[in-house]
Design a protein around this ligand. Structure first.
Ligand SMILES: N[C@@H](CCC(=O)N[C@@H](CS)C(=O)NCC(=O)O)C(=O)O
Length: 220
C-alpha cells in the first residue's frame, strides 16, 4: 500500500499522522506551509478543493476531511480495533465523538482567526471572542463529564475518537484554563504520551501557529 499524507505541522493533518502511527503503516509526508501559498497550488487543489489539510492519497485514491480519512483508514484496518463495528451501539457513540471533534475544531478555528490572524487588530471583536470561548467551554464540559468517569471517550477504551479530539486538547487550553478541567487535562497528557503520538510529533515537527501559551480576551 502506498500512502502519501499532505501535511502542515501543527494542523489537523496531525490527526492522520498520529492515526497512521497507531496503525503501524508506512507512509510518506508531503509537507506544506499555510503562509507560502503552497496549499493554493493547482496540484494540491486537485486533491483538496478548499486547499486545506489533511489530504491523503492511498494507492492512487485521494480523500480529504480528517474525519472522513480516519473513518476510511479504519474501514481498511478493522483488525487495529480503533473503531467499534458498524451498526453496533458503541459505533453510535464513536461517530458522535468523531464528528464532535470538528464542532470543537470550528470554534478553535474562529478563535485562532480572532486572536491571531485578523488584521488590522482593531477588526477583532472581544464580544465575539467571549461568545466563541463560552461555546468552546460547553464542549469541554461535555468531555470533562465523560472523562471524569473513564480514561477514554468510549467505554471500550482508546479509539480513533480519542485521536480526533486528543489533537484538539493543547489548542483548547490556549483559550480556557486547564485547571478548570482536571479530567480533560489528565486525558490530554495521557494522549500526548502515547508512543504513536510521540513518533508522529517527531515526524511532524513543531507547530508554528501559537506564539503564546494562553490567549486572554482583550478588553473591548
Ligand atoms: N474539517 C476539515 C478542516 C481542515 C482545515 O481547515 N485545515 C486547516 C489546517 S488545521 C487548513 O488547511 N487551513 C488552511 C486554509 O483554511 O486555507 C478537516 O477536519 O480536515
Amino acid at each position: 500500500m502506498t500512502i502519501r499524507l499532505h501535511h502542515v505541522a501543527g494542523s489537523r493533518s496531525f490527526r492522520i499522522l498520529w492515526l497512521l502511527e497507531e496503525l503501524g503503516l508506512d507512509y510518506q509526508i508531503i509537507p506544506y506551509r499555510l503562509d507560502d501559498g503552497s496549499t493554493r497550488q493547482a496540484d494540491f487543489l486537485a486533491l483538496s478543493p478548499l486547499g486545506r489539510v489533511p489530504a491523503l492519497e492511498v494507492d492512487g485514491l485521494s480523500i480529504f476531511e480528517s474525519g472522513a480519512i480516519a473513518q476510511y483508514l479504519l474501514e481498511r484496518h478493522p483488525e487495529a480495533g480503533l473503531a467499534p463495528a458498524p451498526g453496533s451501539a458503541a459505533r453510535a457513540r464513536f461517530l458522535e465523538w468523531l464528528h464532535f471533534a470538528e464542532t470543537q475544531g470550528a470554534l478553535l478555528e474562529q478563535l485562532n482567526i480572532q486572536h491571531i490572524f485578523l488584521r488590522p487588530v482593531e477588526a477583532r471583536s472581544p464580544v465575539l471572542m467571549k461568545l466563541l470561548t463560552r461555546r468552546l467551554a460547553v464542549t469541554l464540559q461535555a468531555m470533562e463529564a465523560r472523562l471524569t468517569r473513564q480514561d477514554s471517550l468510549l467505554e471500550g477504551g482508546f479509539s480513533a475518537a480519542d485521536i480526533m479530539l486528543g489533537f484538539n486538547i493543547p489548542a483548547v487550553f490556549r483559550f480556557l484554563s486547564a485547571s478548570d478541567y482536571p479530567a480533560l487535562a489528565a486525558y490530554g497528557a495521557a494522549m500526548a504520551s502515547r508512543p504513536a503520538y510521540l513518533r508522529a510529533m517527531e515526524r511532524s515537527g513543531p507547530q508554528a501557529l501559537y506564539a503564546k501559551d494562553f490567549y486572554e480576551i482583550p478588553h473591548g
